[in-house]
Write a new protein. Sequence first.
Length: 263
Amino acid sequence: MLGVEESAQLVAVITGGASGIGYATAERLCAHGVVAVLADRDCDRAVQAAERLRAVGGIAHSVAVDVTDPISVDSLMDDAVAQHGGVDLLVNCAGFALPQPSAELDDASWAAQLDVHLGGTMRCCRAAHDALARSPHAAIVNVSSVLARVGNPMRLAYSAAKAGIEGMTRTLAVEWAADGIRVNAIAPGYTRTPLVEALIREGKVDATSLLRQIPLGRLAESAEIAGAIAFLCGPDARYLTGQALCVDGGMSVDGAWGVAVAC
């Protein structure tokens, strides 16, 4: 159970938990005996994901959530506490991509991306605070992106939201340290998820050019990002807070990577 005493069974709320990095994180945490609450807007897919985890011995259930709706988010946390007695870990994975030229970015698209990524992360952290403050193992991991720190065409709102998540992470880490809550972020590079694969199929990401810009020469696997998230949730990271761990195959430190990754 991530190295905690046998009497403790940690409870993790994972938004965007039905697929991609969120689901991979649920798999990893369940393998350590953590109860996974899969929160996702796609209720049917979340139900199926929870069933897959239970089929291999995990403890998981699904909850429908809209991270743009504070009532929905509050209900999610209330449900987790009612069913499992508390919340120990929060992983904010919910998000989507909407690449478009910055000069054509309309206010509605801008607002939607900030509301889901940045606003959704804030609402979930806020709603989980009281339950986390009661846990001796409390940790939050917010999913940022390599695009929070490097420029990339057609990702204006996405990049701004992810940069905001890293700023939020630092503020909450300082403010909530007295409550015993560690707050960190993970900044993945391009990862082989259904979302990224759809962008490649639709021609919104040039895969050949992208791979040339990754020093390790490949996309990340969701399980690799999940492993880093599990580390941030666990006792080996107990003196680590306010940080953004970049797991990107070297993209953020390679000065040669540039503008050719998007069509």
